[in-house]
Design a protein around this ligand. Structure first.
Ligand SMILES: Cc1cc2nc3c(=O)[nH]c(=O)nc-3n(C[C@H](O)[C@H](O)[C@H](O)COP(=O)(O)O)c2cc1C
Length: 189
């Protein structure tokens, strides 16, 4: 059965090429349970490096249509119905590549004709995270909840697992069980 849902997994991993981190492993386990017919795409933010964000809000007030990696990420974001942040916790917070991506939303909101904010409203925001312990993920998860609220997106849920060296999350039985259920039913609402 095909659905009209399109899940974009934005992977903020900074592991070396060829090494799958815990966060991606957990996200892929959850993604494997998405119903067939649901479109899935995965982008590793390290493969699409964004330029530094420049705040033009109170000078030019508008931004040109982005090019290169920023345009790729903008288009992928708009095409998705569901945005899944594959987000390890770094320093109790959002990893730098995802933070920069969100900073660019401030630019994309001001590109004439894109209507970014209105088109983001109603999309679902999901988070898959790993860190040393759950409490230390809370500031990051709260940031994402607030971002979703600002954009009138639905914060659809957070899946957390205990990370560490690659493979560590495989020992977190609760996270693995939750991953199996994370997206179940997601395409029915
Ligand atoms: C730069 C950096 C900062 C980190 N900061 C935290 C932290 O603040 N709290 C925490 O519990 N773990 C922290 N960690 C550990 C990672 O969150 C944990 O190892 C996670 O599983 C890594 O995800 P990955 O395996 O998908 O790369 C940090 C790791 C790195 C590399």
């Amino acid at each position: 059965m095909t659905t009209n849902r399109h899940f974009l997994f934005l992977n903020a991993a900074t592991r070396e090429p060829g090494i799958t981190g815990n966060t991606e492993a957990l996200a892929r386990r959850a993604a494997a349970r998405l119903s067939t017919g649901t479109t899935q795409s995965w982008l590793r933010l390290a493969d699409w490096p964004l330029p530094p964000f420049v705040d033009l809000r109170h000078s030019a007030g508008v931004y040109p249509m982005p090019e290169g990696a920023a345009r790729r990420l903008l288009d992928a974001t708009l095409e998705a119905t569901d945005l899944v942040l594959v987000s390890p916790v770094y320093w109790y917070s959002v990893p730098a590549s995802l933070k920069l991506y969100f900073d660019h939303w401030s630019a994309w909101m001001r590109v004439p004709g894109v209507d970014f904010k209105a088109r983001m409203a109603g999309k679902r925001l999901w988070v898959v995270a790993t860190s040393g312990d759950r409490a230390k993920a809370e500031p990051m998860l709260e940031s994402y909840r607030l971002c979703a609220g600002f954009m009138a997106m639905h914060f659809a849920g957070a899946l957390w697992g205990k990370g560490g060296p690659p493979g560590a999350v495989d020992a977190d039985a609760q996270a693995l069980a939750e991953a199996e259920q994370f997206f179940i039913g997601a395409t029915h609402w």
